[in-house]
Design a protein around this ligand. Structure first.
Ligand SMILES: [Zn+2]
Length: 332
């Protein structure tokens, strides 16, 4: 079974915690300038407070149940946060290299397979694929190996990461997506993994993806699902609730957002594999009390070796994992 510590080596995570704290302090210096926003999924202004974490207030939309940071940092302060982040620099230097082999096998190769299966199932042309947020370029590199797509483009605005992508032989655009214009270029498939939850305006991002896609082209997005098992169970104790994840959609609310941007949602999955283990870890650390949760104690502690894996598979298969994947097709 694939373990959380395989992708987040424990000793390195301690060094990371200090850098993250410094980043958060830098972000909170702008707290007086945080702005109120409507629900990033449905646009409603009706919401109620849920939890606060790292001094950031989260609310739940009364209409679609999206959990979102409100008020939130302005776009220019988010840009400053990511470009000056000590945590990302540390991650890039130590954690990612230490876990690259496992990540490639357990995360990126299955992702490539999922994208190719979706294209085949839906008969999507495979001329050009664009990845927004290409990072270290592992996904692009793996998809290139399959030779399914004729042209693969990575969009990566962070200079160091863009260089890493180019070093891997990937056609790389070192600009934010808003500044990209392909003219008559035809993009069949746009993918982005764990990006949309970080954005000030997910709707603007989806509108830009729509503009870049060819007719019948598809957009594939993965992000946290706030109604999935570990986030719904742990609430603010979930590692998915943090200062960077401003938008925690659920399957239905992200579907609404896709539809409002002109996409037809043609596939929804929750491929997440870590929910049960993340909750179990909190219980074992004494951070999450199951004294009054006999069912969780039985499944996640007492019978873990026998049924833990099949419980996780049940969550993944039934749209109950906290990591979701949506596919939208450009129809209008
Ligand atoms: Zn909403």
């Amino acid at each position: 079974m694939f373990k959380e510590t395989d992708i987040r080596p424990q000793e390195l995570m301690k060094g990371q915690a200090e850098r993250l704290a410094a980043d958060i302090n830098r972000l909170l210096k702008h707290k007086n300038n945080f702005v109120n926003v409507a629900c990033p999924a449905c646009g409603s202004n009706e919401s109620h407070k849920t939890y606060e974490k790292h001094e950031i207030q989260f609310v739940v939309c009364d209409r679609c149940e999206t959990v979102y940071a409100n008020p939130r940092p302005r776009p220019e302060h988010l840009e400053e946060y990511y470009t000056q982040s000590e945590n990302y620099a540390y991650w890039n230097k130590y954690i990612f290299p230490a876990s690259e082999v496992v990540r490639r096998e357990k995360i990126f190769k299955p992702r490539v397979q999922a994208v190719i299966e979706i294209c085949q199932k839906l008969n999507i042309p495979t001329n050009t694929l664009l990845e927004v947020g290409a990072g270290f370029g592992i996904f692009c590199e793996e998809v290139q190996k399959t030779e399914v797509f004729h042209r693969i483009i990575g969009v990566e605005p962070t200079p160091d990461l863009a260089q890493t992508c180019r070093d891997r032989g990937i056609e790389t655009i070192e600009n934010p997506i808003e500044k990209i214009d392909f003219g008559n270029e035809i993009i069949d498939v746009i993918v982005n993994f764990e990006v949309i939850e970080h954005l000030f305006s997910p709707k603007d991002f989806l509108a830009k993806c729509y503009e870049l896609l060819s007719d019948r082209g598809i957009l594939i997005i993965t992000c946290p699902n706030s109604k999935g098992f570990d986030i719904a169970t742990l609430g603010k104790q979930s590692s998915a609730v943090d200062n960077e994840h401003l938008n925690l959609f659920n399957i239905n609310s992200l579907t609404m957002l896709f539809e409002s941007c002109g996409f037809e949602v043609i596939d929804r999955q929750t491929p997440g594999k870590l929910d049960a283990e993340l909750v179990r870890k909190q219980i074992l650390l004494g951070e999450f009390d199951v004294a009054n949760q006999p069912f969780l104690k039985e499944v996640l502690i007492d019978k873990w070796d026998q049924i833990g894996e099949s419980f996780q598979n049940f969550l993944s298969k039934n749209l109950l994992s906290s990591n979701m994947l949506l596919v939208g097709q450009k129809v209008r």
